[in-house]
Design a protein. Structure first.
Lengths: 122, 493
């Protein structure tokens, strides 16, 4: 039993990943407000960043900079990948928010259901 | 010297074209930059295809770093063909864009439109050419972000909500993909596709790879608009500018189908994709559902662009159906339909662009009698429509022929019957347009009703003409598709 608990706690970073992923996904699906959807999307993407960085961690490893006396380094590749993914995430957020601004100009609202009801009237 | 670096130039030339458009800041010069870049891209992909046909797969090491550490561009029959599709469509729609875009946008910041367009072209070509799974994600996002911009440029305000919806669903799809890649990396320690394939095959199936498989397949299905993950597509294609609808309908989903084929056959291989996971049955059911549901919805649409968008969903169903057979004929049908449908649907969207240019609407009631005032445009649309139905002597017939062959080889003859039956639904919606265009009286005030300008008609007929040509002469398309399918299945088994 205690072995199971240790294992469950030892994987705490993955629990955080799963929680963030589901929370973000839920916000995107459940909310009508377009800005909240973007926020949800951001949380969803952030979970992936944590996931990748967890892969790169090596027990006892330090930052991957060559220095005397240090033998074990964390894997730097996932960090680099996630830097790219962060940039992509920022671009997506910026574009999404820009679209929301334009939608607000065109419809006068950023609530999904109100936008739909406006479009249904001819 | 230059020949050796063609795989990199394929990507770099449209990529440099985008900032060049921003620098020249004048609409005609920006258009000229886009035109030159897209034609050079076509020339390069043609040379690459010939090289692959002559000497086999090309492996290009970006920056001289050897794979699996460095990024590899790997070109075999399949992606040389996809590169040709994407750059070919790009080279044809760019001349069309000049008049169409100028009229639909007014004079505002047209150079930015061409910059976004070239970025989209770069992304799509990059997805097709790269042999690195994470690099593919970067190109996927380049093409997606720029296509959100292109769609949002539509005149109707609903273009904005369509683009937003696509952004949300597209990002979820791409994030699913990147989760899958992360899990694969955690399990195998590599991102190079060829290397991934080897290492996955070398070890027994485990839960990490299973989860990665699920995330990647679902993420890509969102991107390629597989029924029922297609919700973003109809609005996006309906409200986007004419030229963008034509370009994206002909390329974006096709490239996503290519990536799915690449992952199922090259990386996960048959044993995992169709053995351990019963994906063939899932894809079969969804593809058949798409063929019937989307075609039925298409019949009831009054906006013809929306009709074509739903028809695209049905056609994606045919491609995925071919993939689900996992035999040479089925896969050939899927791959050759990428090409044939790109020509047919691209041409039809361009024909609608011509109608939009003159009429300012593509609603079916506004198209009444258009066959008499714009005969060439209407004829192009009808010829494309025959291709969608799969009438013999059109390219669409060739795809469906191999699809039926694949179904029979697999022993699924009821599926073959379904393919033919669903084609009858296409007859109905194409006929609705023919009926309005030829059998209803022309509008009483045909002041502006003349044929579209030649610079728009020629690209339209280039695609439609090609779709007829490749229905008669299948040496190029079917040969390459068969070679690609055979190579995929040999490597996958």
């Amino acid at each position: 039993m205690s072995g199971f608990i240790d294992e469950a706690l030892g994987l705490y970073n993955y629990w955080i990943v799963v929680f963030l992923m589901m929370a973000g996904f839920y916000i995107v699906v459940a909310h009508d407000n377009l800005i909240k959807k973007i926020v949800g999307l951001n949380i969803f993407q952030a979970s992936v960043f944590v996931l990748y960085i967890s892969f790169g961690k090596i027990t006892g490893g330090t930052a991957p900079i060559i220095a005397e006396g240090i033998k074990i380094y964390s894997n730097p590749l996932p960090h680099v990948l996630i830097l790219t993914a962060i940039v992509v995430g920022v671009a997506t957020t910026a574009l999404g928010l820009a679209l929301v601004v334009r939608i607000n100009d065109a419809y006068g609202t950023i609530e999904d259901n109100e936008i739909h009801s406006q479009d249904e009237e001819p | 010297m230059i020949i050796e670096h063609l795989p990199a130039l394929q990507i770099v030339i449209p990529l440099i074209g985008a900032p060049a458009c921003m620098l020249v800041r004048y609409r005609d010069s920006a258009w000229a930059v886009a035109l030159v870049a897209s034609w050079i891209a076509l020339a390069i992909s043609w040379i690459l295809l010939q090289e692959v046909l002559a000497t086999g797969p090309i492996s290009y090491h970006l920056g001289g770093w050897a794979p699996p550490i460095g990024i590899e561009y790997r070109i075999d029959y399949l992606n040389a063909f996809v590169l040709l599709i994407v750059s070919g469509i790009g080279a044809v729609v760019t001349p069309f864009a000049r008049e169409s875009v100028r009229q639909e946008f007014g004079m505002r910041r047209i150079y930015m439109f061409y910059a976004a367009y070239l970025l989209c072209l770069t992304g799509l070509l990059g997805i097709a050419i790269t042999g690195d799974a994470f690099n593919l994600f970067v190109f996927l996002e380049i093409s997606s972000l720029s296509s959100y911009i292109l769609i949002a440029m539509g005149n109707d305000r609903r273009a904005l909500t369509a683009s937003y919806q696509y952004l949300v669903m597209g990002t979820i799809g791409a994030t699913f993909y990147v989760i899958g890649i992360g899990l694969l990396y955690a399990d195998t320690g590599t991102l190079n596709m060829a290397d991934l394939a080897q290492r996955i095959a070398a070890e027994p199936m485990n839960r990490t790879i299973g989860a990665a498989f699920g995330f990647i397949v679902v993420g890509l299905s969102l991107k390629l608009a597989l029924f029922p993950l297609h919700l973003w597509l109809p609005n996006a294609y309906t409200y986007a500018p004419s030229m963008v609808s034509a370009f994206l309908a002909a390329t974006a989903t096709k490239v996503a189908v290519y990536v799915l084929i690449r992952f199922l056959f090259t990386i996960f291989k048959l044993n995992l994709s169709f053995g351990i996971v019963p994906l063939a049955d899932v894809l079969l059911v969804l593809a058949v559902a798409a063929m019937f549901a989307a075609s039925t919805v298409a019949i009831f649409q009054n906006n013809i662009k929306r009709m074509l968008a739903y028809s695209s969903l049905a056609q994606i169903g045919y491609m995925i159906l071919g993939v689900s057979f996992a035999n040479v004929s089925g896969l050939t049908a899927g791959i050759v339909h990428l090409f044939n449908h790109a020509l047919t649907k691209g041409g039809m969207f361009l024909a609608l662009g011509c109608a939009m240019y003159r009429l300012g609407s593509v609603h079916i009631r506004d198209l009444a009698g258009i066959g008499r005032v714009m005969p060439w445009t209407t004829a192009a649309f009808v010829a494309g429509g025959l291709g969608l139905i799969g009438v013999p002597l059109t390219a669409g017939f060739i795809s469906k022929w191999y699809l039926v062959l694949g179904a029979i080889e697999r022993g699924w003859w009821p599926v073959a019957v379904l393919v033919v039956l669903s084609s009858l639904l296409a007859v109905v919606y194409v006929w609705r347009v023919i009926e309005a265009a030829y059998f209803q009286p022309a509008p009483t005030n045909p002041v502006r009703m003349v044929e579209a300008p030649l610079s728009m008609l020629l690209p339209t007929w280039a695609l439609i003409g090609a779709s007829i040509y490749f229905g008669l002469d299948t040496r190029l398309t079917v040969d390459i598709a068969q070679k690609a399918a055979a190579a995929l299945l040999t490597a996958a088994s």
